[in-house]
Design a protein around this ligand. Structure first.
Ligand SMILES: Cc1cc2nc3c(=O)[nH]c(=O)nc-3n(C[C@H](O)[C@H](O)[C@H](O)COP(=O)(O)O)c2cc1C
Length: 216
């Protein structure tokens, strides 16, 4: 396994070491780095190139705290109990999954302490369908990759959507727009490392469902 560096330029290194970084320092992040992350988001594709996105940068402690209350509520009601009873996913094991659970709980308690949030919003109208998110999540992934490249930690979070009316109101998001992800960003306490996933051959087929792809 090659050494994992803080900053990175090779796109494959970046993708394979872009773990969910949930333990973040409260130290401020320079605006120039946030600008680079936002520009990476805006470089993403959107359906029909409509670009109906808005990126709300949040540093205001009171607004972040108001959202964290609902993020924690959703953990206590749903996510915590689910973690406690579910099996480790592919590429993980009980010990690693337990560490993930602890990190998820840590972020839940410290969500608002991340120095900067980027809230990815979309003008999706009143009756957004199944494909709506496909015009904002490419931008979200670009921003996560950019943060990783710059040595900044983040996590794609969507749990707040369980209380979308309350949190969108707390963040002042106007009618017609909705938040699709919150990226808490900061310098990581821990180190970047390889992501854990199951064997690629278990999820890839050739010329028919369930037929192995021999190229792997
Ligand atoms: C759609 C989506 C929603 C997610 N929401 C949350 C969230 O609300 N809170 C959180 O801590 N992690 C969230 N995650 C992060 C996943 O839990 C994380 O990617 C997974 O644990 C794998 O971690 P790893 O990339 O470090 O291996 C979300 C990821 C995705 C793709």
């Amino acid at each position: 396994m090659p050494e994992v560096t803080t900053e990175a330029t090779d796109v494959f290194d970046i993708m394979h070491t872009m773990r969910a970084m949930r333990r973040l320092k409260p130290d401020p992040v320079p605006d120039e780095l946030i600008r680079k992350i936002l520009a990476a988001g805006q470089a993403a594709a959107s359906g029909g190139n409509t670009q109906r996105w808005r990126f709300l940068v949040l540093k205001d402690p009171a607004i972040k705290k108001a959202v964290q209350v609902y993020y924690k509520k959703a953990f206590d009601e749903l996510v915590g109990p689910r973690y406690a009873t579910s099996a480790p996913p592919p590429g993980s094991d009980p010990a690693r999954y337990k560490r993930q659970h602890a990190a998820v709980e840590y972020l839940t308690d410290h969500y608002h302490e991340a120095p900067v949030w980027i809230v990815a919003c979309l003008e999706d109208g009143a009756n957004a369908g199944r494909s709506a998110g496909s015009s904002i999540y490419p931008a979200v992934q670009n921003m996560l990759l950019a943060a990783r490249a710059l040595g900044l930690g983040s996590t794609l979070t969507t749990r707040h959507i369980q209380y979308e009316k309350e949190v969108d109101a707390a963040m002042g998001i106007p009618p017609g727009f909705h938040s699709y992800a919150i990226l808490p960003i900061g310098y990581p306490m821990g180190r970047f490392g390889p992501v854990g996933r199951g064997p690629l051959k278990d999820v890839v087929y050739l010329d028919g469902w369930g037929k192995p792809y021999p190229g792997l």
